[in-house]
Design a protein around this ligand. Sequence first.
Ligand code: HGY
Ligand code: MN
Ligand code: MN
Length: 411
Amino acid sequence: MTDHYLAAATEIIARCRALAVHSEEQGYLTRTFLSEPMRSTHITVREWMEQAGMNVRIDHAGNIRGCYGGTESGRRLLIIGSHLDSVPHAGIFDGALGVVLAIGLLQILDGRRFRFPIEVIGFSEEEGVRFGVPFIGSRALIGELDGALLARQDPQGITVSDAIRHFGLDPSRVEEAAISQDKPRYLEFHIEQGPVLDSLGLPLGVVEAIVGQSRLDLQFTGQANHAGTTPMNLRHDALAGAAEWIAVVEREAAAVDDLVATVGRADVKPGAGNVIPGFVSVSLDVRHPSDTARHDCVKRLTQKADQIAARRGLTISMESRLDQPAVKMDAGFTNQLAGAVERCDYPVKRMNSGAGHDAMIMARRMPSAMLFLRSPRGISHHPDESVLAEDVAAALAAGLFFLEDLERHDD
Ligand code: HGY
Ligand code: MN
Ligand code: MN
């Protein structure tokens, strides 16, 4: 089975490599919301989409969308998507693989059409790196790219609306990006980004739920002062306070099953080795399958931050950037996907996703399902992120079975 698709799989991996050169920095993949490299990324992806028989457009939220018409009107649209932005120093498969694999899947059809239409979407932003809030592209698809989000500023003071205008699009028209078709469905191919499939020696996994996530920014403000002349007992060291709290974050998270908490960013000011830090802004990312457990943990950690700041004579402010509930994938749609994996003679591993995905936004409006591909050594959000050609071939085989199944049962 897999041999038949290996050539296509090898081409898909090569294409992900080709997309990775469109980056904001030499030698690494960093591609944030509507940055310049997204322009050349769109040119390349458009070419591939058109070769596969799609009509291509860019909506005003910066999503690139390839429409592959069906043979009968009024049939339910199937959207197959993922994101084209990345974290800094990213792996080359997170997001991009889902878009390129979807194009490859339609390419294999070689002009054959189903009764239902298919739309392949490369979302403009899922990671939340530039504006601190994720899922800008997919929120536009479900009509939730609102004024508050459009007004959010990046560290340079540029708003989401400005970024859309600089890209040559019109922020006043983001509403046109919203899906208007009746009863659409959403499918996403994505690398697992964790160790489960690799540890089980399995190529594919069927996602049942995506854990909820909280993202916050905390600012510790103390008193900058001379590193050489200020006695230890007279200091209000913002970085020492934040560091004490970060150790608490790690300890609290380790004490709760299935909970993960991360401080991934710390901006220290003034940032000189001979000045006591007067200000630190840190990020907090907390995830858990249960929203109650996640909220409890955030509450405990923010209380601890307040206590540490008070004891050290620091002031503290906090801003919630995301409170994303855990999302179940659609049971029926997911069962159909699992059936397709089974018919390809692959074991079906049903699992949760610890990573967030556009599917958690799309699931607010339509039945959504996700197919995971193994992440060798469980590495992701890192240049060593990889994928195996035989697993991409397996995903193509399962994807085609899935499309055939939708065709047979398209109500
Ligand atoms: O952070 C995440 O979970 C995903 O990679 N956006
Ligand atoms: Mn990611
Ligand atoms: Mn991703």
